[in-house]
Design a protein around this ligand. Structure first.
Ligand SMILES: C[S@@+](CC[C@H](N)C(=O)[O-])C[C@H]1O[C@@H](n2cnc3c(N)ncnc32)[C@H](O)[C@@H]1O
Length: 443
């Protein structure tokens, strides 16, 4: 038997927590409270009251029931004729249906749909020509949501079992993605945002309520808290913005609505998939992409104008040389890699901690479709979110396409390093470029 990873253990605990909440709501209780009396908190407090769960005061247990995050933002009339099972099970921190400005005939996807309240409200707004789909990883929540939909007589709804990091829907199949207090729980948020961008139709919208960490939350505090716990796991507003932008979404707005616990606030997040979005998505690179990443690298090497390297390294060497959080791939509809971008550290010296060297390579068949630009924008967004202030790169003067691409994304020519190295028997110049962030390290 293999030992579960820390992420698998955290996910199983999360699923069990929501299974308990669903069972409690299904038996006429309130979804927000674990029903076990040993948990010691009566009433509908949206927390895990087991003190062992609240390591280091991570903000998961607002002490005052008035601080609760569940079921906020709904007008009383809006909920009046919905089954009690749906309203009582609400575990959200806002009203994404109101944020999303739904229209008749649209297809809406609710990520982490729980007891189904927002799906039922969406179904009403999009009408019989539209469709509201709920996605949840907890089977007991799906049972509860389906029972609530049957009680509400909603015919245009559907509930799917699955994870928000791997949405079981085709590309460009949804007009609007909503979610209520769920994305903060994900252990792989870049994957969630990439999936949102993939399933949205061009011009589609995101309207999400979520918890965000207050900017003042310290790194120590984040590190001390377990994964998926309050402010430890939540993104700050700037991080949220950067990750949505890295996934290719535009018009990102993050608006704080109310405090939701120590170091935590509830927020409304809006974004749009550009109407002219290309038929590929940007996603975090994983080891599964390695063969294609290295093949694209080799194709670049073979042009003779991309790098001094003669052959692509093996994956272990490539992996060791690049920063784990700043590797992105462009994927077509079949999941094939069209290009990649990655950062490598430039120095061990602390003073250069915010400086990294970027490489970007595009498959020969995918050139001329903006893939390189989208990849560079993704790595600029992820690096700025991580506090990296300068990206630098060296490009052969003959590689005019790469020079134009870098200049178009804010790189400036620092100068030409003359006859800096021998390449296939001839001395070559390299144009040295850098991009100094105007958002990071500006104090
Ligand atoms: C805080 S509750 C919110 C439920 C619902 N959105 C609401 O407002 O009542 C979180 C829900 O998201 C689901 N969930 C959490 N992480 C998930 C993941 N990675 N993939 C799919 N569902 C997830 C849980 O099973 C649970 O039903």
């Amino acid at each position: 038997m293999t030992t579960p990873t820390a992420d698998e253990t955290a996910l199983a605990a999360l699923r069990e927590r929501y299974a308990r909440a669903a069972r409690n709501a299904a038996s006429g209780g309130c979804g927000r409270c674990p029903p076990d009396p040993a948990d010691g908190v009566g009433g509908c407090v949206p927390c895990l009251p087991d003190p062992a769960d609240d390591v280091g005061g991570c903000g998961r247990c607002p002490p005052d029931p008035a601080d609760r995050v569940g079921g906020t933002g709904y007008a009383a009339g809006e909920l009046a004729d919905l089954p009690l099972g749906a309203t009582a099970a609400s575990l959200g921190c806002g009203n994404p249906v109101a944020i999303a400005d739904l229209r008749e005939g649209e297809t809406v996807l609710d990520l982490g749909s729980g007891g189904g309240l927002d799906v039922l409200l969406s179904a009403r707004r999009v009408g019989p020509r539209g469709r509201a789909i709920g996605l949840d990883m907890t089977p007991q929540m799906l049972d509860l949501a389906r029972a609530n939909a049957a009680r509400a007589g909603a015919g245009n709804v559907e509930f799917l079992l699955g994870r928000i990091e791997d949405i079981p829907l085709p590309d460009a199949s949804v007009d609007v993605v909503i979610s209520n207090c769920v994305l903060t729980l994900s252990l792989d948020k870049p994957a969630v945002f990439a999936e949102i961008a993939r399933v949205l139709r061009p011009g589609g919208r995101v309207g999400v309520s979520d918890l965000i960490a207050d900017p003042s939350v310290s790194e120590d505090r984040r590190a001390a808290c377990p994964q998926a716990a309050g402010a430890a796991a939540s993104l700050t507003g700037p991080e949220y913005r950067a990750m949505l932008a890295a996934a290719g979404l535009t018009g990102v707005e993050v608006t704080v609505t109310h405090p939701a616990g120590p170091d935590l606030s509830a927020a409304i997040i809006r974004a749009t998939k550009p109407a002219d979005a290309p038929p590929y998505t940007i996603a975090a690179m994983t080891a599964a992409h390695a063969p294609q990443v290295l093949a694209i690298y080799q194709a670049g090497i073979d042009t003779g104008d991309a790098t001094f390297e003669a052959t692509a390294p093996d994956w272990a060497a490539w992996d060791a040389a690049h920063l784990p959080d700043h590797r992105h791939v462009a994927l077509d509809r079949t999941g094939a890699v069209l290009g990649w971008v990655a950062l490598a550290p430039v120095s061990d010296r602390c003073v250069y901690g915010g400086v990294a060297e970027n490489s970007v390579y595009v498959h020969p068949d995918a050139r001329g479709h903006g893939v390189g630009r989208r990849l560079l924008e993704a790595v600029i967004a992820s690096s700025e979110a991580a506090g990296i202030w300068t990206l630098q790169t060296g490009i052969f003067p003959e590689n005019t396409a790469s020079l134009a691409l870098h200049r178009a994304t804010g790189f400036r020519d620092v100068g030409i390093r003359t006859r800096i190295g021998r390449h296939h028997g001839r001395w070559r110049d390299v144009v040295f470029l850098e991009r100094r962030s105007t958002r990071v390290g500006t104090d």
